[in-house]
Design a protein around this ligand. Structure first.
Ligand SMILES: [Ca+2]
Ligand SMILES: [Ca+2]
Length: 177
């Protein structure tokens, strides 16, 4: 066997090995992904937290809500928008199927989102954030790894860089944490 063939074989082996690594289902750092009606949600459990990346089809606000019922109702909603270099992300709660308010405005509620960042490109907003699996806040529904939960995905009209505008898209689905 020529040296060049050995090098090629080694390169292919390494490539396949690396690809297999990325697909390792036991990798604790692995992200789960859901694509649903123009949204892409990625999440992973890290220690006692849930790390989340949400992409939504709007240059206005986008939101994901965890463990509610229909629409936004009773959902722990994390809503965010990007305006130039400014990223705003807020910890909300769905008080009915289409109304969300800041946890801070609810009695005993507090903001429990960390690691906030985001970007906007080609009509798509992306936000990153971390929430505790169980913040202890009445307005953040406790989550357990391995369980499935109803979620809500929503966004506002393009350019609605605020938390007050109504949604133009809202959809419910479910994920396994
Ligand atoms: Ca909260
Ligand atoms: Ca909340």
């Amino acid at each position: 066997m020529k040296i060049s063939n050995i090098v090629s074989a080694a390169a292919i082996f390494l490539l396949l090995w690396c690809m297999a690594c990325e697909e390792n289902p036991f990798d604790p750092n692995k992200w789960s992904t859901l694509s649903h009606e123009g949204f892409v949600l990625k999440w992973r459990v890290q220690d006692s937290n849930l790390e989340v990346e949400l992409k939504g089809p709007s240059t206005g606000w986008i939101a994901v809500g965890f463990a509610g019922s229909y629409g936004m109702h009773d959902s722990n909603i994390i809503i965010g928008y990007v305006n130039g270099s400014s990223v705003s992300i807020r910890d909300d709660f769905g008080i009915d199927s289409d109304t969300h308010v800041s946890d801070t405005d609810l009695q005993g509620g507090e903001q429990n989102v960390s690691g906030k960042s985001g970007s906007e490109d080609s009509g798509v907003t992306t936000i990153f954030f971390t929430i505790p699996l169980d913040s202890g806040d009445l307005y953040d529904n406790a989550l357990s790894e391995g369980q499935s939960y109803n979620i809500v995905l929503a966004c506002a009209a393009d350019g609605a860089d605020n938390f007050a505008s109504g949604y133009t898209t809202i959809t419910n689905t479910s994920i396994k944490i």
